[in-house]
Design a protein around this ligand. Structure first.
Ligand SMILES: [Fe+2]
Ligand SMILES: [Fe+2]
Length: 394
């Protein structure tokens, strides 16, 4: 296959595998950092990126992330937001039990072609086989098992981030109705960690470490003291990414337990995004200064691009493909994978209208989004305007 950097690949491919993996990962991380064009955003993301990409903190066991926000108390107990109060009532009504409300007795065979975990077309086999040689049907099933385990592992790690972030947001939001609602989200996220962990452990029997880029985003949000940045990052961007990824997998899996698990989680996540929209709308459109809002607009745009371009299953590459192709080649293959393209499309269908709903798609940044081809999502309805079941459709 002809591609940019193929001569460099030839040199790199001659290095011993452990050295090559390290060198290529660093080169890839430098490229990630260079892809962030806004210096203010770079300065904000830099420390978390150093810890996530170069120190690889996410792969080294338990980690403590210092939080810098204030816990906000109000001893007058104001009823300050009827919409959040209504969302709180809805969330209480729709609680479910991860250990008894899912059909865990379902037997799952990841290699059964009759009940595939993920559609065959998720990966671009013709491109992969140019490097691996022809793959037998069972090997392909094995790789479909692994890529599903990779996605679900990242969901699991993202859910742990959401658990901590929702607890922080519950402390930090000044709204009392927001705190009540936030407490239900903490419970939701604990349940999501529970069910993804159980599915990976008992059904797929395979778990991958956290992706370095996902670690970086979570670290950046945990350690940012501004409550609205936690909302923006977790409730709008990471939850938008999650809705995209969950929706894609929900659509592409034939495995009934996983389908039902994802359906229930997606319904919960829709409330979480609504919480983010309701909490940020007024702040961003009426209360922040021009300079403060611009900072959020730029930050959101850069993080959207990182999420689009940098979740490329490197943990799967390290395990199954590093011996036969360079990381750069893998990136190109994954960027063209039909499954990843569907995922990006569903993610942006959710994310872009939500950014508009909270007032961060101003004419100034609309041009940036148009430049990278995201303007086709401008006219769609935001998550708070959609029925829950519409979120399953993708
Ligand atoms: Fe969640
Ligand atoms: Fe969530």
């Amino acid at each position: 296959m002809q591609h940019t950097g193929s001569r460099l690949d030839d040199v790199v491919l001659k290095l011993p595998l452990p050295v090559r993996r390290r060198v290529e990962a660093w080169a890839d991380h430098v490229e990630t950092l260079l892809s962030v064009h806004n210096p203010q955003v770079m300065a904000r993301l830099g420390p978390a990126a150093f810890r996530g990409l170069f120190l690889r903190r996410g792969r080294r066991g338990p980690v403590a992330m210092p939080a810098h926000h204030s816990a906000w108390f109000d001893f007058d107990y104001p009823k300050d937001d009827p919409q959040l109060a209504a969302l709180y009532e809805k969330a209480k009504r729709l609680q479910w039990n991860g250990s008894t409300d899912l059909p865990w007795q379902t037997s799952v065979d990841p290699l059964d072609p009759e009940v595939p975990l993920i559609e065959a077309g998720f990966l671009p086999w013709d491109l992969i086989e140019q490097h691996t040689g022809p793959l037998e049907a069972r090997t392909r099933m094995g790789l479909r098992h692994k890529v599903t385990a990779w996605m679900l592992s990242q969901f699991l790690h993202g859910e742990q981030g959401a658990l901590m972030a929702s607890a922080q947001v519950t402390e930090a939001t000044p709204s009392m109705d927001g705190k009540f609602y936030g407490a239900t989200q903490v419970m939701d996220e604990a349940r999501h960690v529970e069910v993804f962990q159980r599915y990976l452990e008992t059904k797929l029997e395979h778990r991958y470490t956290i992706n370095d880029n996902l670690y970086t985003i979570i670290d950046g949000l945990m350690t940012d003291g501004r409550w609205d940045m936690k909302f923006l990052g977790m409730q709008i961007l990471v939850e938008g990414l999650a809705l995209g990824a969950f929706g894609t997998l929900h659509k592409m899996t034939a495995e009934p337990l996983l389908k039902e698990l994802l359906r229930r989680v997606i319904h919960d996540e829709a409330r979480h995004v609504r919480y983010g929209i309701l909490s940020l709308q007024r702040l961003y459109t009426h209360e922040l200064s021009e300079a403060e809002r611009r900072e959020r607009e730029d930050w959101a745009f850069e993080v959207v691009l990182l999420m689009r371009d940098r979740f490329l299953a490197h943990e799967l590459y390290d395990e199954a493909f590093a011996h036969c192709m360079s990381r750069r080649t893998w990136n190109q293959i994954m960027n063209q994978a039909p499954g990843m393209q569907t995922f990006r499309q569903v993610m942006f269908q959710r994310l872009v209208p939500n950014l508009k709903a909270i007032g961060l798609l101003t004419p100034r940044v609309e041009a940036h989004y148009a430049r990278v081809g995201l303007d086709r999502y401008f006219g769609l309805r935001s998550t708070d305007q959609l029925e829950d079941d519409a979120l399953l459709a993708g």
